[in-house]
Design a protein around this ligand. Structure first.
Ligand code: UTP
Length: 271
């Protein structure tokens, strides 16, 4: 059963500068709503009951967004506006399911995941990278279905232009299970075109085993001196842990770059 999700939010967001010099990118509005709300809605719809946010002191505004009760209560008292009451109720619902942990030095996604260890109860948990919005079909929900069938780890995947492989984690197929799901035997963090084992990229949705914490604790820094979740996954694969790449059917929006962020509002407006 996948009931817990973790969301790393402690990165610097340099690709969205200057916006991120004072603002958390996950709160930037996408068609009038903070991006993180789309991610939380995806979790709720997929049956997730608890979400652990990995933030940093610099991104405390993310916590403030969900803990602004005194402000809301005073406004609702004064204005009696049903829209504001509705928004407040929605935020309260999110707040109830979120726990916060801190990663004050951005030492990589692997290091961020490690901070959540004490909260993870079951053998598997979901991880969502908030820059990656997937619309039209709930990717997490589809991945949980795949996990139920194969009892294995699952990662969201899509084909990318070969020239852009150095932006992603790229994997190699071991065996095709069916049209949408492949067993993988290799994953490399941001390879050069020359060393990429394919043009199949991992997108920011993962169902990971609790055992990954053991690997993360032993992991040596990889590319750019950071601890990468991809390297811990490869270490698990070396130990014969099954990882499935799931080709999702929704539409992918990359909100971590300026061009992608701008486009995302227009795409969401269309649905
Ligand atoms: P990225 O490396 O893609 O994004 O991390 P970033 O660091 O926020 O932004 P850029 O690259 O400087 O523009 C993917 C996700 O992992 C989180 C980020 O917040 C993002 O959601 N992350 C990354 C952490 O929580 N901690 C880290 O040390 C690194």
């Amino acid at each position: 059963m996948i009931k817990q999700a973790i969301i790393p939010l402690a990165g610097l967001g340099t690709r969205l500068l200057p916006l991120t010099s004072v603002f958390a990118k996950e709160l930037l509005p996408i068609n009038g709503r903070p991006g993180i709300e789309y991610i939380l809605d995806e979790c709720i719809d997929a049956g997730i009951k608890e979400v652990v946010f990995i933030i940093s002191d610099k991104k405390i505004m993310i916590k403030d967004y969900f803990y602004n009760d005194t402000f809301y209560k005073s406004i609702i008292k004064k204005k009696k506006d049903p829209r504001i009451t509705k928004e407040y109720k929605k935020i309260l619902r999110y707040k109830k399911m979120i726990k916060f942990v801190y990663q004050n030095k951005p030492l990589g996604t692997g290091d961020a995941v490690l901070k959540t260890e004490k909260y993870i109860k079951n053998n598997f948990f979901l991880m969502l990278l908030p820059d990656d919005l997937i619309i039209k079909k709930n990717c997490s929900k589809s991945m949980i279905k795949v996990h139920k069938i194969y009892k294995s780890s699952v990662m969201a995947s899509m084909n990318v232009n070969r020239k852009t492989v150095s932006r992603w984690g790229i994997y190699k197929i071991d065996k095709k299970l069916n049209k949408k799901n492949y067993l993988i035997n290799k994953v490399i963090e941001k390879p050069s075109v020359k060393f990429a084992p394919s043009n199949k990229a991992v997108i920011g949705r993962y169902i990971l085993p609790k055992r990954i914490f053991l690997k993360l604790k032993k992991l040596k820094p990889g590319k750019s001196g950071e601890l990468h979740i991809t390297d811990a996954i490869q270490s698990l694969i070396n130990d014969k842990e099954k990882f499935i790449a799931h080709n999702f059917s929704g539409k992918y929006l990359d909100c971590g770059t300026m061009a992608g962020y701008i486009k995302s509002s227009m795409e969401i407006k269309k649905i």
